[in-house]
Design a binder for this molecule. Structure first.
Ligand SMILES: Nc1nc2c(ncn2[C@@H]2O[C@H](COP(=O)(O)OP(=O)(O)OP(=O)(O)O)[C@@H](O)[C@H]2O)c(=O)[nH]1
Ligand SMILES: [Mg+2]
Length: 247
């Protein structure tokens, strides 16, 4: 076991998430996915077309449990990642302006599959499985880890990463790994510090400053709330910018 993995274990961090950039560079064979059970893509029912939305024809396409179920890799695609229960699905719903478009839940680990949404022809949004969720089996954890790694490594249409972080928490170890990983494959990153409604304005502003200071100019950060819609306009602008950029 590598030293940093040992340290991660000591700190109580789930072991399934390897140091992705390193793992990717050093294990070319590790990306082939063999899912233990073969699951069919899951169909989730979402609300119908909404003419008031910036994405009136947005629709859920499919949930993939294996790389061979991913939608064709053309056009542009923006991925939404973050710790389990951080608020990814809620953020997607707020940005797309559709209730329960991406399914949300009070139970962490709700989104256990790679969920593809078509926003417009050739423009997609992807709700990635949340990481850092403790109450799943080791084999499921490892499967998610490999699935995410495969997604990041192979997805040529990936044009941006939106990382969702609870504003009340620091960036976690795996958030950092995700950032490093996206950077290493040249994907631009935008961070949503979400649930900003849970903090007083001053505290939220301080949290924003701290993350900005830590991360510097290479990526953008904003406060966000799916509840009171703070920052939704800004997030939409970034999403549109990413979607318009072919990597
Ligand atoms: N107050 C507040 N609660 C939020 C906000 N965004 C999400 N939540 C709540 O946080 C919980 C998790 O939200 P989800 O959007 O399902 O989180 P997720 O990251 O998609 O979770 P997984 O798919 O399980 O990884 C739910 O109870 C949401 O109602 C927000 O901006 N403000
Ligand atoms: Mg979710």
């Amino acid at each position: 076991m590598m030293q940093n993995q040992k340290q991660n274990l000591k700190r109580g961090i789930n072991a399934w998430e390897p140091e992705w950039p390193v793992a990717l560079l050093s294990e070319p064979g590790a990306v082939s996915i063999r899912s233990g059970r073969s699951l069919r893509p899951q169909i989730i029912h979402t609300s119908g077309p909404d003419p008031m939305s910036q994405f009136p024809d947005a629709k859920f396409m499919l949930s993939a449990n294996a790389a061979d179920q991913f939608l064709p890799d053309n056009g542009t695609e923006v991925a939404v990642a973050g710790k389990s229960n951080a608020g990814k699905s809620s953020a997607i719903n707020a940005i797309v302006n559709r209730r329960q478009f991406a399914r949300t839940s009070k139970t962490p680990g709700r989104t256990q599959l790679v969920n593809f949404f078509e926003l417009r022809d050739g423009q997609r949004l992807v709700d990635l499985p949340g990481y850092g969720f403790a109450r799943v089996s080791e084999s499921v954890r490892q499967h998610w880890g490999r699935l995410l790694r495969t997604y990041f490594e192979q997805r040529e249409s990936l044009s941006g990463l939106i990382l969702v972080v609870d504003v009340r928490r620091q960036l976690g170890e795996f958030d950092r790994q995700m950032l490093a990983f996206a950077e290493s494959v040249g994907v631009p990153i935008h961070i949503l510090l979400t649930k900003a409604d849970k903090l007083k304005r001053g505290k939220a502003a301080t949290a924003l400053l701290e993350v900005e200071k830590e991360l510097g100019d290479s990526l953008s950060v904003q406060l966000f709330s799916a509840l009171n819609k703070q920052g939704v306009k800004e997030a939409r602008e970034v999403l549109e910018k990413f979607l318009a950029t072919d990597r």
